[in-house]
Ligand binder design. Structure first.
Ligand SMILES: [Zn+2]
Length: 479
């Protein structure tokens, strides 16, 4: 490639890994006008305005998180907007906000954004974000059209929290598919739970449609069978639905849930009930309290502009101050399930679970990069495969054709990883530094919207990009 032109920034002498272009070696990366302009063995220093020495570090296309939380329509003890900086600090450059509200997300981006590219889904919460309990198709059609106009990619069903009937769940998928909108499912219906019973229903609910099945690891926690049996069953279902589903799994042990109890003192949400059952606690307010006092459960709280997890009496106080409607976390994800889901492949070498996500953001478990690097260290994934699961495949899932690789002219979104610690040390979006040594230094962000959301995006004054989901893996060969 030409090295005779001028560059805004050069990342010098890192180990550049770009499986799309068969690159793995020490190179300089030249960036011009926010795009990758050259990958060369050596770029003359006088050609660059700014040279960043990344010797000994890994330089990969930016981490694209297909399951993050940056906004929320729910009452919560944490401000989701802190998630922008928290994700950026862990090395992420692009995120799909998986259930909140596009308007809330962009307000957070303006106030506390840290330079991320973000696409947003609206969570379907009866009587809050959608007018009916099991919304009729016409209601769903209007709700989805409205979300797209407000800058959202689509919707998410929150089956572990606000389950619909299987029929209404199916109607959500149909309505979203008809409008080429995103549709994600935290599985579970009024007939099942947020576990394997819920996942078993999803092929039927999907019908001939397309669906993002969220965090596969959440259904393989050993609630119904042994975790390894549940993993094998889940992977079998994913194979059957290979042309219709896209999937991700995260690698943190900690989950995220909500400790809401009703007037009888019973835990309301299925996910929280499962967390308590997993260790033999009663699914009541007393059970929640004991689990927090024992240090099994944690409550989330804001400290110094970030969200952290605390246990013991401090956690009980937070939960009680929120009248039990508080964000909690339990270490319920077995590492064996995480390992299997991250590494399982088809015979042709492609991964069964498409991506490694965080399910983080404002939940303090943004460990996708460091845990994936631990799998590389362990020999379970090659470095190429790590980049495929963290960046390339996520870019295809979302139809972000200019991301996930370093082809000349691609977006200069870059994550730099310290090869020793496995943690991200630096990241850039469109050629601008947004994180350095674990500190978020970016502001605002770029809003990823569909064509219908262009006006809403333009009205914010933020940079935005229009994405066509016809290019996404979700709608691959869809007609
Ligand atoms: Zn989530």
């Amino acid at each position: 490639m030409a090295t005779s032109q001028h560059f805004d920034t050069v990342l010098q002498n890192g180990r550049v890994i770009d499986p799309t272009n068969n690159i793995d070696g020490n190179f300089d990366v030249g960036i011009r006008h926010g795009k990758i302009a050259s990958i060369a063995e050596s770029i003359a220093p006088e050609m660059a305005d700014d040279i960043i020495d990344v010797s000994g570090q890994i330089v990969m296309p930016g981490h694209i998180d297909t399951h993050a939380h940056l906004s929320s329509p729910f009452n919560s003890n944490v401000d989701r907007a802190y998630g922008h900086a928290m994700l950026v600090e862990s090395g992420t450059t692009t995120a799909l906000d998986l259930a909140g509200d596009p308007t809330a997300m962009v307000t957070g981006m303006i106030q506390r954004g840290a330079g991320l590219n973000v696409a947003s889904l609206m969570g379907l919460v009866p009587h809050q974000t959608v007018s009916e309990d099991d919304p009729r198709p016409a209601v769903l059609r209007d709700a989805i059209a409205d979300v797209k106009k407000r800058g959202g990619f689509g919707v998410k069903m929150l089956g572990g929290y606000h389950p619909f009937t299987p029929e209404a769940s199916s109607d959500v998928i149909t309505a979203a598919n008809e409008q080429l909108a995103w549709v994600a499912f935290h599985v579970g219906t009024k007939d099942s739970g947020s576990d394997m019973t819920g996942l078993r229903e999803v092929p039927g609910i999907t019908g001939k449609g397309r669906l993002h099945v969220a965090h596969i690891n959440s259904y393989t926690r050993g609630m119904i069978d042994q975790p390894h049996e549940e993993v094998q069953e889940a992977l079998g279902m994913i194979e059957k639905m290979r042309s219709q589903w896209i999937t991700e799994a995260y690698l943190a042990q900690a989950n995220g849930t909500n400790g809401l109890c009703d007037e009888n003192g019973d835990v309301v949400y299925n996910v929280a009930q499962n967390c308590l059952k997993a260790r033999g606690y009663p699914t009541t307010d007393e059970g929640v309290k004991a689990s927090l006092m024992d240090g099994y459960g944690s409550a989330l709280v804001e400290r110094g502009g970030r969200v952290i997890a605390v246990t013991g009496k401090e956690a009980v106080d937070i939960w009680e101050a929120a009248s039990t409607d508080a964000s909690l976390s339990y270490p319920v994800n077995p590492p064996t399930s995480a390992f299997s889901l991250a590494t399982a492949k088809y015979d042709d070498g492609t991964f069964r679970v498409d991506a490694i996500s965080t399910d983080g953001g404002s939940l303090p478990r943004n460990v996708a990069i460091e845990r994936t690097m631990a799998l590389v260290q362990f020999g379970a994934l090659s470095m190429d495969e790590a980049v495929i699961k963290l960046s390339y495949t996520p870019s295809r899932m979302l139809g972000l054709l200019n991301k996930g690789h370093f082809t000349e002219g691609a977006d200069a979104d870059v994550t730099v990883i310290n090869a020793g610690t496995g943690k991200a040390s630096m990241s850039l979006v469109a050629g601008e530094l947004i994180m350095l040594n674990g500190r978020a230094i970016g502001k605002g962000g770029t809003w990823l919207v569909l064509e219908e959301g262009k006006d809403a995006a333009a009205a914010t004054g933020l940079p935005y990009e229009v994405v066509n989901l016809e290019n996404s893996r979700l709608y691959e060969n869809w007609n």
